[in-house]
Design a protein around this ligand. Structure first.
Ligand code: PAF
Length: 274
């Protein structure tokens, strides 16, 4: 695996990679969920690129940018082992020089749910992903379904701005007890880790109750009762998968989405309704 740490090194390497080229953008602290994206890109493509970049633009000043888990050496070993050809691992200064000032407004889809709780988050995600895609110039972009709203925002951006890539969404990898894999799981205390799968169970309860004919309001009330007392719920809802507008029935394509805090750690999860 070759490693580029500057944009000019990256361009020189990406320019000569054979096609089709699959690209997996990450913020590092890699787990099986990321490696499933790499494996899918590997199966679909002749060459595979990945990035590791903890993007300061998508963190509010009060959030965990500085303490976000970082493991550069471990990440490199995992990506090389998974068959990545080129890793792009830039510094924040090279991605965002002092006079960097352009950003992407993701519109209403980026203002609800995660966007309402984390104002500016999707602006930061869309801006970095468009910059990364312009540097890597892949044929396909691989994203994890765990961040369902992020996938909807980025699919919309690619469509609206005519970015010539396929967006491939790969299903969520879970621990044996149902907890969605996430780099932030590393923050959980043993008690919080035990409580965390209750978010997934609550989403399953919503899906089951609505499939059995109960109203969304009833189903969500029942699901709240399934949450572990350590979980502080931010939201549970059922939304149209393309717009993220709340809907009252399980009409596909839709997501049952949820977010909860376990201590200071916020976890997201969703179920895809197809
Ligand atoms: O999902 C992530 O890890 C990040 O939001 C992404 C897509 C790599 C952009 O920084």
């Amino acid at each position: 695996m070759q490693i580029a740490s500057t944009i000019s090194q990256a361009r020189a390497l990406f320019d000569v990679l054979p096609r089709p080229l699959g690209f997996v953008p990450t913020m590092g602290a890699l787990h099986e969920g990321h490696l499933a994206l790499v494996r899918r890109a590997r199966a679909d493509s002749v060459a595979v690129a990945a990035s590791v970049f903890v993007n300061p633009l998508q963190f509010a000043p009060s959030e965990d940018y500085t303490r976000y888990p970082r493991d550069a050496q471990g990440d490199q070993a995992k990506l090389a082992q998974a068959g990545v050809d080129v890793l792009f691992a830039p510094s924040p200064a090279s991605m965002y020089p002092p006079d960097f000032s352009t950003s992407i407004d993701t519109g209403p889809i980026g203002d609800v749910f995660e966007g309402a709780i984390r104002p500016g988050h999707f602006r930061g995600v869309a801006t970095v992903v468009s910059k990364l895609v312009n540097i890597v110039r892949p044929d396909a972009l691989y994203l994890g379904q765990k961040d369902a709203q992020q996938t909807a925002v980025l699919r919309r951006m690619v469509r609206d701005l005519e970015i010539p890539i396929n967006v491939v969404i790969v299903q969520t990898e879970r621990e044996a007890d149902g907890l969605a894999m996430s780099s932030r799981n590393a923050y959980l205390s043993p008690e919080q880790r035990e409580a965390a799968p209750s978010l997934h169970h609550a989403l399953q309860a919503v899906r089951l109750a609505m499939a059995g004919g109960r109203s969304k309001a009833d189903a969500i009330a029942a699901a709240r009762a399934r949450l572990h007392p350590l979980a502080q719920l931010d939201y549970i809802d059922v939304v149209d998968a393309n717009t993220f507008n709340p809907i009252e029935t399980l009409s596909p394509p839709a997501f049952v989405i949820g977010a909860a805090r376990f201590g200071t750690t916020r976890l997201l999860d969703n179920l895809w309704i197809e």
